[in-house]
Design a protein around this ligand. Structure first.
Ligand SMILES: [Zn+2]
Ligand SMILES: [Zn+2]
Length: 337
């Protein structure tokens, strides 16, 4: 399923040949692929279209079906996950400082690199992850971006705000529903903010252990120590700032957000902080997969057929489901070998 240009629907495209892995790459027979809000930003042109047709999808679960020259440590048939970070230069100052997520030459899966809205894909073997054994393919897919970016944002919130007990999650979708369970597992309180009136998302939040759930137009019952903004809505930043205590932190987790409206300095005063998280490092992925192996995560996944990708994106845009959409890939009967 290929995006020909921003603002156009994905098109079903057939290729006669399987992609060939180059040196250091593996080919993966895709089992399923999560649908991330970033895919929607790409379709909507809020993320620059690469200028050639692109296969979206960066929450890929599949099995290694071919090994390029020099690949070590992965076997044919092995289950792997492919995340957003697809390649980094390894040499720039960001890479050398352990911030490969900010590598200026980084290439991303489903953006510069053909992604997982497909039956087959190719990935650099150094950037794929092993997945927790107890997760099914459909449960594992949302871990690869929603889970991971939630984890990086949560770690950022803890580092910035210190002594965090009460954490607010603005936008209770794929990412929030996963990280909420980690937060609760670690003995902290989750306060979930949804679109006003979204009773289904609020019910899901409570079912997953949230202490409080309400609309983003409501104030929490007590000041938050930190908040993570997952929804791509700039107006939530001052709302979250108003809800956090002095020296609290608001971490923005999305790749794109509508403009943040002007707000009184008093909301930021008293050493409150606003930060963003961008992409992931491989260290984030390894750390989060260890967490996901330990925390009994309930992954709410809503299945769609690969060829219904446009429908999944439309439902995500409209907020028509709770949890994470996952495209299920069933190889065509006539697939070339
Ligand atoms: Zn670099
Ligand atoms: Zn993503």
């Amino acid at each position: 399923m290929e995006l020909p240009a921003a603002g156009r629907p994905l098109q079903r495209v057939w290729r006669d040949r399987l992609p060939r892995p180059r040196a250091g790459q593996v080919r993966i027979a895709v089992s399923c692929c999560g649908v991330c809000r970033t895919d929607l930003h790409l379709v909507d042109g809020e993320l620059a279209h690469p200028g050639h047709p692109v296969v979206p999808g960066h929450e890929i679960v599949g099995r290694v079906s071919a090994l390029g020259r020099g690949v070590e440590g992965l076997a044919l048939g092995e289950r792997v996950g492919v995340p957003w970070l697809g390649w980094t230069c390894g040499r720039c100052s960001a890479c050398r400082a352990g911030r490969e997520n900010l590598c200026a030459r980084a290439r991303f899966t489903g953006w510069q690199i053909a992604g997982g809205y497909a039956e087959h894909c190719v990935a650099d073997a150094r950037y794929v992850f092993r997945l927790p054994a107890r997760c099914s393919d459909e449960e594992a897919a949302p871990l690869l971006c929603a889970g991971l970016i939630g984890w990086r944002a949560y770690a950022g919130a803890l580092a910035l705000a210190g002594d965090v007990q009460r954490i607010g999650l603005y936008g209770f979708g794929a990412a929030a529903h996963l990280i909420a369970q980690v937060v609760v597992f670690q003995g902290r309180e989750v306060h979930a903010f949804t679109r006003p009136g979204d009773a289904a998302a609020q019910a899901l939040a409570r079912a997953l252990g949230a202490r409080w759930a309400g609309g983003s137009d409501q104030a929490p019952p007590a000041p938050l120590d930190a908040a993570i903004v997952f929804a791509p809505v700039g107006a939530l930043v001052p709302a979250a700032l108003a809800a956090v205590r002095p020296a609290g932190a608001v971490v923005c987790a999305g790749i794109h957000m509508s403009d943040i409206p002007a707000f009184p300095y008093a909301l930021l005063w008293q050493e409150r902080r606003i930060a963003s998280v961008a992409n992931l490092t491989r260290a984030d992925g390894e750390a989060f997969m260890r967490v996901a192996a330990e925390v009994p995560l309930v992954v709410h996944h809503v299945p769609y057929a690969l060829t219904d990708a446009n429908c999944a994106l439309a439902d995500l845009r409209a907020g028509r489901f709770s949890g994470a959409a996952v495209l299920e890939v069933r190889p065509s009967n006539s697939a070339p070998t």
